[in-house]
Ligand binder design. Structure first.
Ligand code: MTE
Ligand code: MO
Length: 528
């Protein structure tokens, strides 16, 4: 027993001190994050160190790795990233706690150095508002350093009158106080952030969607098949895929929101309030939205009924002329409140297709995750070159003059949606009894329309699948193929042909730089 060893009183007991020092590091780290969070609530939610560093990591991640992350973690990728950052911070906190046993000031300086990294990340984010973005990290750093000094001070304090030689009670009281203060800071921060989001929620709850001047015809009854395992024709908002770089979903108050239109060839800068946007003739359309990162057979595509103002009319009001009519700007750069930039060809937006500045999605105001109060939706273009969410600015420029966010990350500057098809049922590796099996899925060739879908069983001949009715050429199209399935393992393959006569090529390619192509295959087992 260390208590009987003569050395244990003079040099300290070795046993619990190292774990306790590690604990001090963790507690100080927690206090730092809590105070940073509280400060961020006063400055800007996105200026908190976890969000700022996470955002910087997202931006710095090469497309290949980003793609791997999306593929591996799906829509939990952001959660995984933040957990990763927290784990790294925890490891650093433990290391600094141990260092503090011998070199208290050096360890405190280490905490401050981490804070500087966070402050640097926060002030270099595209949506930063100014030097105040550094405050959350710096305040957190100071709180963390102070907490570490206090805790380690207690741990090192000698109490020769106690059997263990250290002031266990004092240590418990100090660490309890640090935990309580950190918890109070975290809870206050959360609450403040909640109140700030309340204006936005209230403004969304108050939205009365206008009656469309140009309504979408009802979805034809034959367009939405009822086949088990086949997704719905119209994707409910809650199931609609979400792809963006936002670690904190922007909650914009529609009451203070403005959209500014300016730049090359704009006669007069335009500023639009949400009420003014809603007062423009409302256009309702079914439009399928697809993500360029979607792999063959992947889930990042959805179909919704959008409500919004015609983007081309708005641009014309501002005096914009498309390049084909001699206009100087060939690129429209949309900017969001979170600093995203998305570049869209001006020609595409003004060529007569239903390009919308949308505020409604499936009969309700846009959900916050899908861009409330307003976003762009342009038929035939992948989301990363058209569908800017939380939009607040449209700048007219040229493709030569400006590379938008994803283009700087190696994606193609122009990217029309490729003709694609997907088998939704049976699922990969499904087991089914022999006999009648309905193979079904969706195909899309936006703005051109699907002419034909074919299915192949193993190496057999291509057989024409039955097409559901077409809603519009801007929406995906469901299809099915009845199959009298014999026992064994079978590979099912699908391919689509669009109305230009183009049939999907067979080789499966990677989404980078302008969208995956290739046939979707599913392997199933048919039991005796
Ligand atoms: N502000 C902002 N808008 C954005 C993005 C983003 O990261 N930030 N991602 C784009 C991409 S890549 C796609 S595919 C669509 C996805 O829209 P959804 O999340 O509503 O499905 O939004 C686009 N608009
Ligand atoms: Mo995307």
């Amino acid at each position: 027993m260390t208590t009987f060893s003569p050395t244990s009183r003079t040099s300290s007991p070795r046993g619990p001190r190292r774990p306790l020092a590690a604990l001090c590091g963790l507690l100080a780290g927690g206090a730092a994050l809590a105070v940073a969070e509280l400060t961020a609530a006063g400055v800007r939610a996105e200026a908190g160190p976890l969000t700022a560093v996470g955002g910087a990591v997202i931006d710095a991640t090469p497309p290949g790795i980003k793609d791997w992350a999306i593929r591996t973690f799906g829509e939990s990728d952001k959660l995984v990233l933040q957990l990763g950052i927290v784990l790294i911070l925890a490891a650093l906190a433990v290391a600094l706690g141990l260092l503090a046993l011998r070199h208290r000031l050096l360890a405190a300086a280490g905490v401050l150095a981490l804070a500087v990294v966070g402050a640097f990340a926060a002030t270099s984010r595209p949506d930063m508002i100014g030097p105040q973005d550094a405050l959350p990290s710096l305040a957190g750093g100071v709180a963390g350093a102070v907490a570490l000094l206090l805790l380690i001070g207690r741990l090192n304090a000698r109490r020769p009158d106690t059997p263990s030689g250290w002031d266990r009670r004092g240590f418990l009281v100090t660490s309890g106080a640090v935990v309580a203060a950190a918890a109070a800071a975290a809870v206050t921060g959360r609450t403040l952030l909640g109140t700030r989001g309340r204006d936005a929620s209230a403004s969304r709850a108050e939205v009365v969607l206008p009656t469309p001047a140009s309504p979408a015809p009802p979805v034809p009854p034959g367009a939405a098949l009822r086949i088990p395992g086949l997704g719905p024709f119209t994707t409910p908002n809650d199931d609609f895929y979400r792809v963006d770089t936002a670690l904190v979903v922007p909650r914009v108050d529609a009451g203070t929101w403005r959209l500014r239109v300016h730049g090359l060839g704009v006669r007069e800068d335009l500023t639009l309030t949400f009420a003014e946007l809603l007062a423009r003739p409302a256009v309702e359309r079914d439009i399928t939205l697809a993500c360029v990162s979607n792999e063959v057979g992947g889930p990042y595509i959805g179909n919704a009924r959008w409500l919004g103002a015609r983007l081309a009319d708005l641009l014309r009001t501002a005096g914009v002329v498309p390049p084909s009519k001699g206009g100087p700007a060939d690129q429209l750069v949309a900017r969001s409140v979170d600093g995203m930039t998305i570049g869209t060809p001006v020609e595409d937006v003004m060529d007569g297709r239903d390009a919308l500045l949308a505020y409604g999605m499936n009969g309700e105001p846009l959900p916050f995750t899908h861009g409330f109060p307003a976003r762009m939706v342009v038929p035939r273009l992948y989301g990363y070159v058209s569908a800017c969410k939380w939009i607040e600015e449209i700048e007219l420029t040229t493709f030569d003059a400006y590379d938008a966010y994803w283009v700087r990350h190696d994606w193609a500057p122009r990217a029309p949606v490729k003709t694609q098809s997907r088998i939704d049922t049976p699922r990969p590796s499904a087991r089914r009894p022999a006999g009648q099996v309905t193979i079904a899925g969706v195909a899309w060739a936006q703005h051109q329309g699907i002419a034909r879908v074919e299915v192949r069983i193993d190496d057999g001949p291509w057989q024409e699948a039955r097409l559901a009715a077409e809603d519009t050429r801007d929406t995906w199209r469901q299809w099915y193929h009845p199959w009298n399935a014999p026992p064994g393992r079978h590979t099912l393959t699908v391919r689509a042909t669009d109305r230009t006569g183009h049939t999907q090529p067979g080789a499966v390619t990677h989404p980078l730089p302008d969208g995956a192509e290739g046939w979707h295959t599913v392997t199933v087992t048919i039991e005796e």
